[in-house]
Design a protein around this ligand. Structure first.
Ligand SMILES: Nc1ncnc2c1ncn2[C@@H]1O[C@H](COP(=O)(O)OP(=O)(O)OP(=O)(O)O)[C@@H](O)[C@H]1O
Length: 232
């Protein structure tokens, strides 16, 4: 069976106002269905750049990107957009919920955008199943202002999961949460892997990273296995 994701020798140079800078200098990464991978790295090391290449928001300059064995390295934007909404779920540090909509309506938005209009009953069932998955079905009718930070992030995760993505990309999803709530959010993200979703988590938190099946570190534009944590 082909891996879900296979990156080989991915390079990326960003041209800012200063000299062009090579951010990724030959990244290799393989992710299988149900896999969970943490990506650590100092600030500015290129973690978000890598995540945006994985999510097809941007393209590599070199190397190869296979998704389910298909070469998508240089996919044109229109096809990339289709793939992005069909195969990927995204979770960010900020929740990006629409304030005037309820939790359920926020989750339903992902279905409307991605798949056109599903029949109302089917849509509702999918939304409620996603909210149940993240443990907040009882808050379906609440608007974000009546939800805690952790609950809002769980709505955002339900929104990412409702289209049943094959890959979940999470960029510092616990960055705005207290320790206990953050643990809960990590639980919810990991539970998506039990049904075969691949999870890639960018984090600064070593404890959260250690809960993933694999911990990688991005250094000098390359990914390598992170050293074992030194317990003090
Ligand atoms: N559009 C851009 N043009 C030029 N340089 C950029 C651009 N976007 C990001 N950079 C630079 O590329 C480097 C990598 O940025 P990136 O956001 O991927 O790092 P990061 O590891 O996610 O950092 P952090 O942990 O602080 O979020 C940084 O030095 C950043 O300033």
């Amino acid at each position: 069976m082909s891996p879900l994701i296979q990156l080989t020798g991915i390079t990326k140079t960003l041209k800012g106002q200063e000299e062009p800078r090579q951010i990724l200098a030959g990244v290799d990464l393989t992710v299988h269905p149900g896999d969970s991978v943490a990506i650590l790295g100092r600030s500015g090391s290129g973690k978000s750049t890598l995540l945006s290449l994985l999510g097809l928001f941007d393209r590599a300059d070199g190397g190869q990107y296979l998704l389910n064995g298909n070469d998508i390295t240089s996919l044109p934007e229109r096809k990339a957009a289709v793939l992005r909404s069909a195969e990927f779920g995204f979770v960010f540090q900020r929740f990006f919920l629409l304030k005037h909509l309820t939790a359920a309506q926020n989750v339903a938005m992902a279905l409307v955008n991605g798949q056109g209009w599903l029949p109302a009953r089917k849509r509702k069932a999918k939304v409620m199943a996603a909210l149940e998955k993240v443990g907040i079905a009882h808050l379906a009718k609440n608007k974000p202002t009546r939800l805690s930070g952790g609950e809002q992030q769980r709505v955002a995760i339900a929104r990412a999961l409702v289209r049943e993505p094959k890959v979940l990309l999470a960029d510092e999803p616990t960055g705005a949460l207290d320790t206990e709530t953050a643990e809960l959010v990590i639980d919810v993200l990991l539970s998506a892997t039990y049904t075969g979703c691949g999870l890639i988590l960018v984090t600064h938190d070593r404890q959260h990273a250690d809960r993933m099946a694999r911990v990688m570190r991005l250094t000098d534009g390359r990914l390598s296995r992170a050293n074992e944590r030194v317990l003090t």
